[in-house]
Design a binder for this molecule. Structure first.
Ligand code: AQP
Length: 355
């Protein structure tokens, strides 16, 4: 895998059932990007354990996420599909980044604040350092672009901060060893080892919200299964969840402006637009002024049409355990070779003796 195409890294945590938000915010975009990028898609199992996971369930979910990537259309032969713990470079580089990043940077992360909640002192140290491991995931492959949902924007900014500080802290050494590449940092051209990775946050569904509360993002860890459409849901479950989705008593407004202050209606319109591959304006042109009793069945039909084939493909692939194991093994070997080349240079830059 040595092309001159821009390199993409992105990951999904095996923390439960993959849902519509993961699909529209991440997986579906990955499928499009694989045509003109060199891609690494990772099941980030070491991120998952920043909060407690049942070991058997973690194992199952890791295989399921890998199967989902392939079921959604990722070409695992051309690109790399693997699990994070198969490549030691992620954890090795994360430790180095823990020594580069500042505690204050981590304390400002909204995901940490949300997940740690009020009992911050009792959160795992790993949860606080999560963005450092995420920076390592990306930079151990010196990836130039990361497609993510809107919720990961702050972590991506931190990844750039870590790369910039590393480049700056070791600039003389990077220059002496001839390991720098020229890159643009704002208006300046700088010489650095790690790229300043760009996020790719694209499409009408970069933040899909819960079906039970339009102010909360759709999430695997929401205790209510009715809050999300799982990629494994069958036709009946998809229809039922859309029928039961929280809405207000008013019909849909006639234009997009009327969706302001109506988060549940706005969310359903966004989901329809994303699944149909049309703009939200077009959805409003078709359904504006209509009751939810008309819009919801249309949305349910569309969701079933788009998602049921993915669920069927996921089941087919998951049943072939040997195939999923082979995808992950092959991906881990190829990813490991790239990561090890980076780590060799990193050790030399820092002055670690290594092996
Ligand atoms: N609701 C969402 N809308 C759009 N994109 C989303 N993503 C997640 N939720 C939404 C995107 O999916 C990719 C993988 O996410 P993840 O599994 O690594 O972690 P997450 O963002 O923490 O997802 P969850 O579902 O909320 O998991 P839990 O509940 O375990 O924390 C990312 O690109 C993410 O942006």
């Amino acid at each position: 895998m040595t092309t001159s195409l821009p390199r993409i890294f992105s990951g999904v945590q095996p923390t439960g059932n993959l849902h519509l938000g993961n699909y529209l915010g991440a997986l579906r975009n990955w499928v499009k990007l694989q045509h003109d990028h060199e891609c690494l898609f990772c099941v980030v199992d070491q991120h998952a354990i920043t909060t407690w996971q049942d070991p058997a369930e973690l194992h199952r979910a890791t295989l399921e996420v890998a199967a989902a990537m392939v079921a959604c259309g990722i070409d695992a032969g051309k690109h790399i599909v693997f699990n994070q713990s198969a490549v030691p470079g992620h954890a090795q580089l994360a430790w180095i980044f823990n020594c580069v990043a500042r505690i204050g940077w981590m304390n400002r992360m909204t995901q940490f604040k949300d997940k740690a909640g009020k009992d911050r002192e009792n959160a795992s140290l790993g949860l606080l350092a999560y963005p450092s491991l995420m920076a390592a995931d990306i930079l151990v492959y010196r990836a130039t672009h990361v497609p993510v949902g809107d919720d990961q924007k702050q972590h991506l900014e931190l990844t750039r901060d870590i790369a910039a500080k590393f480049n700056n802290d070791f600039s003389a050494r990077i220059g002496d060893l001839g390991l720098g590449v020229e890159m643009q940092a704002g208006d300046e051209t700088v010489n650095g080892f790690f790229p300043l990775t760009e996020p790719l946050i694209d499409g009408p569904a970069t933040r899909v919200m819960s079906l039970r509360d339009g102010t909360k993002k759709m999430s695997k860890s929401d205790p209510s299964d009715l809050s999300r459409i799982n990629l494994t849901d069958d036709e009946d479950a998809i229809s039922k969840k859309i029928r039961k989705a929280k809405t207000d008593p008013e019909p849909l407004p006639s234009g997009l402006d009327g969706l302001k202050g109506r988060p549940e209606a706005e969310n359903l319109v966004g989901i329809y637009a994303a699944l149909a591959g049309i703009s939200r304006e077009r959805v409003m042109a078709e359904f504006g002024g209509q009751q939810f009793s008309v819009f919801k069945p249309a949305l349910a039909d569309l969701a079933v049409e788009k998602l049921a084939p993915i669920a069927a493909e996921m089941r087919r692939i998951s049943d072939d355990r040997a195939y999923v194991d082979a995808v992950l093994r092959d991906g881990g070997e190829r990813a490991g070779a790239i990561a090890e080349r980076t780590m060799k240079d990193v050790r030399e830059i820092i002055g670690l003796l290594g092996d």
